[in-house]
Design a protein around this ligand. Structure first.
Ligand code: HEC
Length: 179
């Protein structure tokens, strides 16, 4: 490999490291310095979707967070919203922020109040499954239930307040229909 181009060498090393999977957490930090790399890294699954530090699901506590004057969620829905939040933290928040405010550095729009997040569930599902503009596709890294959980969270967090969970069956159908 040509070594007299430092930039190429660094990128190549980072990619090698990603492939070995050993320094994924470290690589994630690069996104602030190099937004284009963030896309690459997040597409590769940057961020840990596993739930090591989260508290066990507590329906009563979740009800306090999610129930409003207009909507009382059942325990199954509450579990979907809470697990969707954990998945969102690992898979989306690196670009869209935990607050849903997005990131101008990365060019990721706010999901809080987003017309797409709050619009047709089908269009939203397709955007995340197959990618949108510079946002990577998630069809290979999120299963149907996981994506439905994340989008259920996104559609109800931060005042998005759509008052429904996203049916897994829609994700199954749209995935099967293809891009
Ligand atoms: C690598 C950074 C990155 C990650 C990770 C990411 N996104 Fe995005 N997202 C973007 C960018 C950039 C756009 C703008 C795409 C465009 O329109 O060009 C975007 C756009 C969107 C939009 C459209 C919003 C609007 O109002 O225009 C939605 C919805 C969305 N993302 C949801 C998600 C969800 C859900 C996840 C997690 C599964 C996620 N994104 C993960 C970068 C990211």
């Amino acid at each position: 490999m040509q070594t007299n181009k430092p930039g190429v060498l660094v990128v190549d090393r980072v990619i090698q490291r990603i492939h070995t999977g050993v320094v994924r957490g470290h690589a994630c930090r690069l996104k602030i310095a190099a937004p284009f790399l963030a896309v690459l890294l997040m597409a590769d699954g940057c961020g840990d979707a596993s739930n090591t530090d989260a508290e066990p699901f507590d329906p009563a506590k979740a009800a306090q967070v999610w129930n409003t004057a207009d909507k009382t969620w059942d325990a199954e829905e509450l579990e979907i919203l809470e697990s969707g939040k954990i998945l969102y933290r690992g898979r989306c928040a690196g670009c869209h922020q935990l607050s849903g405010a997005g990131s101008t550095t990365i060019g990721a729009p706010a999901l809080k109040g987003s017309a797409i997040a709050r619009g047709s569930a089908d269009i939203l599902i397709r955007a995340v499954l197959f990618g949108r503009g510079s946002m990577p596709a998630f069809r290979n890294s999120l299963d149907n239930a996981g994506l439905a959980r994340i989008l259920s969270y996104v559609r109800n967090a931060w005042g998005n307040n759509m008052q429904e969970v996203v049916p897994v069956s829609r994700v199954v159908a749209l995935r099967a229909a293809g891009n």
